[in-house]
Design a protein around this ligand. Structure first.
Ligand code: ADP
Length: 157
């Protein structure tokens, strides 16, 4: 089976990576899809984010990384995905994720959203928190893959 894992990944964290690895173990293939969102100003451009994810998932043979625009369900159809994969860190994620999952089902009932619960030690991680830490000179090596940590240092130093 092929799971589509859509998101901003601005940037990729160990929480995202954990989800990709567990998605591979469960479903076989994971297609990581970086959303080109015109409504959100990104910190890292699309090419950088694709590169960061490709480098961090090099060891996983069944991972593909793409960018997409528009509706997630259309991306799933175009790439022959079987389901949509998302992560849940805390109750605060739940309402937003529920809304997106219902919306996607209303647009195309073929696509179920499967949620994986975050590893407890990654549950505090978010892309925005990581950027906040890096902006103030904090260490991010335990939060993001090495390549991303380097990119963050370069950006904020
Ligand atoms: P979006 O802007 O679409 O929410 P994100 O990159 O923030 O994109 O998140 C993509 C998905 O990864 C979401 O389902 C989110 O809940 C999940 N996610 C984010 N951080 C973590 C984490 N630390 N552990 C597990 N899942 C996470």
């Amino acid at each position: 089976m092929k799971a589509l894992y859509p998101g901003s990944f601005d940037p990729l964290t160990f929480g995202h990576l954990d989800l990709i690895e567990r998605g591979c173990a469960l479903f076989g293939h994971v297609l990581v899809a970086v959303l080109k969102n015109p409504g959100k100003t990104a910190t890292f451009n699309i090419d950088t984010r694709l590169e960061q994810i490709k480098n961090a998932t090099n060891h996983l043979k069944k991972v593909e990384v793409i960018s997409f625009e528009g509706l997630t369900v259309n991306c799933a159809k175009q790439h022959n995905a079987d389901l949509i994969l998302r992560g849940l860190r805390a109750m605060s994620d739940f309402e937003y994720e529920l809304q997106i999952a219902h919306t996607n089902r209303s647009l195309n009932s073929l696509y179920e959203t499967v949620f994986l619960v975050t590893e407890a030690h990654h549950s505090f991680l978010s892309s925005s928190l990581v950027k906040e830490v890096a902006r103030f000179g904090g260490e991010t090596k335990h939060m993001v893959p090495e390549g991303v940590a380097k990119d963050l240092r370069r950006l904020f130093n």
